[in-house]
Write a protein that binds this ligand. Structure first.
Ligand code: ADP
Ligand code: MG
Length: 708
């Protein structure tokens, strides 16, 4: 990438020392630290932060000792020292008491030495992990410090706890051993650690210096300073990630030329005036404006369009495709499933009726002869819009002049797949990825930080919020009764069963049994079944029957999750709802609430729910807001599960937690944006710290080029 600086920084050389030369390490432990913790140099030990702290200012009473406590610290006295067992299995026990009672202390090693060192009747501070043994609480190998000499301990306040491994522990590098090493290193560095942030950023965000932060994250002078140390180091971590993402975006904007869509023409205007079936929402209008602006700039657009299920992303997409056509380009609209592609194809055809535009559909099941015609029409420009699945990506699919690619439900496509579309014209076409999975802002900023983001944050008018209820299995009759009543009113219902990927058989059995139970309960109604292993044509046939109202109940696996639109269907029953993730539940719920009727989502679950399961049910019942659902999902599952572990692994964040540190991320992003806006190459003297830190950061992440 860029060579931002070449000057060697001598003052910091101590950090480059091999770890084996640190006092207390040596060759054997050094080898082990490298192998077990990837600590090769001093600088890596510096960044080996504690994972928690023990509050050594807090004292317990004996009566409060409980095996669930990670540690206890008690003031008290010893008596009743006893050596037990023969010469081989010798152990030492003692009673430790205060005014609330007594617990047992046990030593298995160093018995003779300890017996001489500790004195009955003297006041001690006991520190250790309480365990339960034979129904009593004891502490094995406690730390004991005479109260008279204990000032050092008490003043220590928050004591760091470092994670370690069995092999390191066997070499004396348990948490305390590592703490000792840190005590040999960290105080030496006082005032010597170079700053990574600019004075302006430090001041604006009320951050403590890197020096102070490192000192305090290992050896906090106070709880307040520890908090500020962690805040500061998280900020730095997120700031550097954002710098990279924003620079990538600027780079793309400057260097990757794109087609200019300069005008709004006949197709767009005709459609807008004569064919648009409804008034656009303000959010739709705003988003189209934002995108239009991008398309006129001459660089390639890469934009994420977020909008909750039913917010009308497709219509925004359609208008943009018309804009492409008006400017002499073709457009492609890619969806992750056959059903969805077909539905888009149908909707587009209906909406564009009477408009002399040629829309094609290309999916895996399109026959060879038809394919050939599509290929030809794409090449000679007769086809204006191609809708399809992954089939669009094939090399054989060539366009005369592809200008815009819209990708629906983009989280279902991999990066590599998307980038294939880039190559389908001389300049990369503009790309709009649409997602109904509301991505929490933090994740969007982190994973798509180099994309533009537009949000449709408003539903079309007149929608009644979906009512969501949670029922246990025992209320099934009641639920069926409710279903019956609604169907009698002319409504339709989905009943969805979870897909259990590990066991296809069980999965089908579930669906089969469910289907039979429903058939028995509703003999007077027609029932459709759709699942993943049916032929596309059969699936489509069943979907169409349901869409036309010929069947009243659709029993399905999650194949109907994405995008499907049957406005008369107003009830969604989700079986074994506890097995679904939140975002999936929300997606499923989005299948109803598309018509004028009051819609319902019924979550059926087993009686026993895990804590997470309960939280998921509660969240669904409480809110219809996809972003709120996504935030809870993020907290429950972590970013890895939400975005794919591969992507989150690339980020490799040490301290920051994308679920919890949203506020810090926001601040860090703003700081990065401001800095790069004023000084894109970080050449101003006040930004030299940042430049150096950024250069180091990039060096540490060789594979980190494009993650979105
Ligand atoms: P999603 O954002 O989930 O893809 P869709 O594009 O499928 O949502 O839109 C959901 C439904 O709302 C469709 O039936 C669509 O025709 C309708 N719709 C979209 N925009 C509007 C609007 N501005 N006013 C009324 N209905 C709209
Ligand atoms: Mg959609």
């Amino acid at each position: 990438m860029y060579s931002l600086f070449s000057r060697k920084v001598k003052a910091l050389s101590i950090l480059e020392n091999d770890i084996e030369f640190l006092k207390g390490v040596g060759p054997a432990r050094g080898e082990l630290l490298k192998k077990e913790l990837e600590i090769f140099k001093f600088k890596q030990l510096v960044q080996y932060y504690p994972f928690r702290y023990v509050d050594r200012t807090k004292f317990y009473k004996v009566a409060e000792a409980h095996q669930d406590l990670p540690f206890i610290q008690i003031k008290g006295k010893l008596n009743n020292l006893q050596e037990i067992g023969g010469p081989r299995a010798k152990r030492l026990t003692a009673q430790f008491l205060d005014e609330t009672g007594s617990i047992e202390l046990v030593w298995f090693k160093g018995v003779r030495w300890i017996k001489e060192a500790i004195k009955p009747g003297v006041e001690y501070i006991l520190f250790g992990k309480p365990t339960a043994f034979n129904g009593k609480i004891n502490v094995v190998h406690p730390d004991l410090e005479p109260l008279s000499k204990a000032n050092s301990v008490v003043q220590m306040g928050l004591q760091p706890v470092y994670s370690t491994t069995d092999k390191l522990t066997a070499r004396g590098l348990h948490s305390k051993g590592i703490e000792k090493l840190q005590r040999n290193l960290i105080p030496q560095l006082e005032g010597k650690l170079s700053e990574t942030l600019s004075p302006a950023i430090l001041a604006e965000n009320h951050l403590i210096s890197r020096n102070e932060a490192i000192q305090n994250i290992h050896f906090p002078q106070s709880a307040e300073l520890l908090k500020r140390a962690i805040f500061r180091l998280k900020f730095e971590e997120l700031f550097l990630v954002q710098m990279q993402l924003i620079r990538m975006k600027l780079h793309r904007q400057k260097n990757i030329r794109g087609f200019v869509f300069e005008k709004v023409g006949t197709q767009f205007n005709t459609f807008y005036k004569n064919h648009l079936p409804f008034e656009l929402t303000n959010a739709q209008k705003r988003v189209i404006k934002e995108i239009r602006k991008d398309l006129g700039q001459g660089f390639q657009m890469n934009r994420l369009l977020q909008g909750d299920v039913g917010s009308g992303k497709t219509m925004a997409g359609l208008l943009l495709m018309l804009m492409a056509i008006d400017n002499g380009f073709q457009a492609a609209f890619m969806a992750p499933t056959e059903i969805l592609a077909q539905q888009h194809f149908q909707t587009l055809n209906e909406q564009l009726e009477g408009m002399a535009l040629n829309v094609g559909l290309l999916t895996g099941s399109v026959k060879q002869a038809k394919r050939k015609i599509i290929h030809e029409q794409l090449l000679n420009g007769e086809m204006h819009i191609l809708v399809g699945t992954h089939a669009l990506l094939e090399d054989k699919v060539k366009f005369k002049n592809l200008g815009l690619v819209i990708i629906d439900e983009q989280h279902r496509f991999g990066v590599a797949q998307r980038s294939k579309m880039w190559k389908k014209n001389t300049l990369p076409p503009h790309v709009l990825v649409m997602s109904a999975t509301p991505i929490p802002r933090t994740l969007a900023m982190t994973f798509y930080g180099d994309l533009e983001v537009s949000v449709i944050d408003e539903l079309p008018p007149g929608r009644k919020p979906i009512e969501t209820r949670h029922f246990f299995e025992r209320s099934r009759l009641k639920v069926f009764g409710f279903l019956r009543k609604e169907i009698e009113k002319g409504r339709q219902a989905y009943v969805v069963f979870p897909l259990i990927e590990e066991s296809e058989k069980l999965d089908l059995k579930n669906l089969q049994e469910g289907y039979e139970a429903i058939s028995r309960a509703f003999p007077q109604y027609h029932i459709s079944v759709v699942h993943g292993r049916m032929k596309a044509a059969d699936k489509d046939f069943e979907m169409q029957r349901f869409a036309k109202g010929e069947t009243q109940i659709m029993v399905a696996t999650t194949v109907i999750e994405v995008g499907v639109n049957v406005p008369n269907a107003s009830i969604m029953v989700i079986e074994n709802a506890e097995r679904f993730g939140l975002s999936q539940l929300h997606q499923l719920r989005g299948r109803v609430g598309r018509g004028a009727e009051q819609s319902y989502c019924v979550l059926m679950s087993g009686e026993k729910l895990s804590a997470d399961g309960k939280k998921r049910m509660e969240t669904m019942v409480r809110t219809n807001d996809g972003f709120e659902v996504a935030e809870v999902d993020l907290k429950l599952r972590g970013p890895g599960d939400l975005m794919g572990t591969q992507q989150s692994g690339i980020l490799n964040l040490q301290l920051a937690d994308l679920a919890r540190d949203q506020q810090i991320l926001q601040l860090a992003r703003t700081a990065a944006q401001d800095l790069l806006q004023n000084d894109p190459n970080m050449v101003h003297p006040e930004n030299k710290n940042v430049r150096r830190a950024f250069e180091n950061f990039i060096k540490g992440r060789p594979n980190w080029s494009r993650i979105s």
